[in-house]
Design a binder for this molecule. Structure first.
Ligand code: CMP
Length: 150
């Protein structure tokens, strides 16, 4: 379970958000608004954070450590990607209203921030630039996966 961010931690969250490449085009006010909606969570080595096939409820931003993205297909396990601080995941199921497309596992002890599906939709609706960046990245990931899975 995660905890809501206390006020004194907001500065840290804002700093973390400012290091994320796709946040470059976002105003300070928008970053502050986003920071208020995030919930901090830690994960452990080999913890299954997202399981392929399950319904999607959260969007994730990594602040510490790294995760691996694995797809199970016909009894084969394909590593699709490794993601580190500043990367996001969990966008596909929320955007497409589809079950999780892959499993995401912690590589080591780490920390991440989550957004509820509702808050995620609100952020995309209010920030067309963030929406564009996330949608573009999701499309690129899908193309890469098609090639890896072929
Ligand atoms: P979702 O399908 O909700 O849950 C699994 C997540 O893994 C998916 O969203 C993406 O965020 C992430 N993912 C899938 N493929 C890739 C990839 N090629 N590179 C990075 N992340 C990926």
């Amino acid at each position: 379970m995660g905890i809501k961010i206390p006020l004194d931690e907001l500065v840290r969250v804002e700093k973390m958000l400012n290091t994320i490449p796709f946040m470059k085009s976002v105003t300070r006010a928008e970053i502050q608004e986003l920071a208020y909606q995030l919930t901090r969570r830690t994960y452990k080595k080999d913890e299954v954070i997202i399981k392929q096939g399950e319904p999607g409820t959260l969007f994730y931003l990594i602040s510490k450590g790294s995760v691996r993205v694995i797809k199970e297909k016909f009894f084969k396990k394909i590593t699709l990607a490794e993601l580190g601080p500043g990367s996001f995941f969990g966008e596909m199921a929320l955007i497409d209203d589809f079950p999780r497309t892959a499993t995401v596992i912690g590589n080591d002890v780490g920390e991440m921030y989550t957004l509820s599906h509702e808050a995620f939709e609100g952020v995309l609706f209010k920030n067309p630039q963030i929406k564009e960046l996330i949608m573009t990245e999701a499309e690129e990931r899908k193309k890469k996966n098609q090639a890896l899975e072929a």
